[in-house]
Design a binder for this molecule. Structure first.
Ligand SMILES: [Zn+2]
Ligand SMILES: [Zn+2]
Length: 313
């Protein structure tokens, strides 16, 4: 069984178990379970799989034959049926590093945010949020951030298998039912860290990008501890439960800005590739500007805010 199949088989058992556990936990605590949000997430996954986009993995597989021509080594994870554990560890660490940057650019570059905003659209948290990832990955093409692993010499199916493991790990992070986990919080991504990532509180915007580990956030200054109650969702919440609108809402915003500014190349560059919330006339706010405003306690007009976790507030 190759890595991608192994991750798929064990992953299904894990997802199924976690989903049931969370529903039971909600019942026990008397907290209403948000079936509507869950339904949107399930439909999002079905549409993605139905459309065959597979998180842009197809794009990586498509460029692989070209990129592998300049690969500096050949590093299959299994040789003559034996796992090469040093290579597995190397692929894991390398992919975690690139995943950190891919996820960070998902938030810092509006073109990538067009797809990633979908994952941040739920206004409550449950494990099915993890499968709400949109289905426009092939358009935004952020997955090409992982291309250096091909250059190093890893096989595309191994890279996608490890990427699937990274995403499957993150399922259990999307929940309110698990508190802080002591020493584990230092090196690994946990539900507490990832709740922060999904927060629209100013201090939580664009924080905790890690996949399995949280060490790159600590290294690169994007770590934030969960200290105040998390307000989930976008700064401008998506209220609609129309799965098509949820998947395309930020692309619609981008399209509107392109339509209104196509005569001005500098503006177009900003609206397409600048940070979400950038505007040519300063009428909106990026995450950094919103944080600055909140720290200086000069509250911006709620009518003029646009953030990397939201459209117009
Ligand atoms: Zn994110
Ligand atoms: Zn998440």
């Amino acid at each position: 069984m190759n890595l991608i199949k192994m991750v798929g088989v064990y992953g299904l058992v894990y997802i199924f178990g976690l989903g049931i556990a969370e529903i039971l936990w909600h019942r026990k605590k008397g907290i209403p379970y948000n079936w509507r949000e869950s339904g949107v997430s399930v439909i999002d996954m079905m549409l993605r799989n139905g459309l065959g986009f597979l998180l842009g993995g197809g794009l990586l597989a498509w460029v692989a034959p070209w990129v592998q021509q300049i690969a500096i080594a050949d590093l299959p994870l299994k040789v003559a049926g034996a796992w090469q554990w040093g290579r597995v560890a190397g692929l894991f660490v390398g992919l975690e590093f690139l995943y950190y940057w891919m996820h960070r650019w998902d938030h810092e570059i509006r073109w990538f945010w067009g797809t990633h905003a979908v994952h941040h659209s739920p206004n409550s948290m449950n494990v099915l949020t993890a499968i709400r990832l949109g289905w426009t990955q092939t358009i935004s093409a952020a997955v090409l951030t992982l291309t250096p692993m091909l250059v190093i010499g890893f096989q595309v199916q191994d890279i996608l298998g490890m990427f699937a493991f990274n995403l499957l790990y993150q399922f259990w992070l999307h929940t309110d039912m698990i508190g802080k986990l002591g020493w584990f919080e230092y090196a690994f991504n946990t539900p507490s860290h990832h709740r922060v990532h999904h927060g629209s509180n100013p201090r939580y915007l664009d924080k905790n990008y890690g996949g399995v580990v949280i060490i790159f956030d600590r290294m690169f200054g994007t770590f934030e501890e969960e200290t105040e109650k998390v307000v989930y969702g976008l700064v401008s919440p998506v209220i609609s439960i129309n799965p098509i609108y949820v998947a395309l809402h930020e692309w619609i915003n981008i399209g509107r800005d392109v339509r209104d500014n196509w005569r001005y190349p500098a503006r177009l560059r900003g609206y397409l590739f600048g940070p979400p919330g950038w505007s040519h006339d300063g009428s909106r706010g990026t995450s950094a500007q919103i944080l600055d405003s909140s720290l200086s306690e000069t509250a911006p007009s709620p009518l003029s805010i646009v953030t990397s976790t939201g459209a117009r507030a």
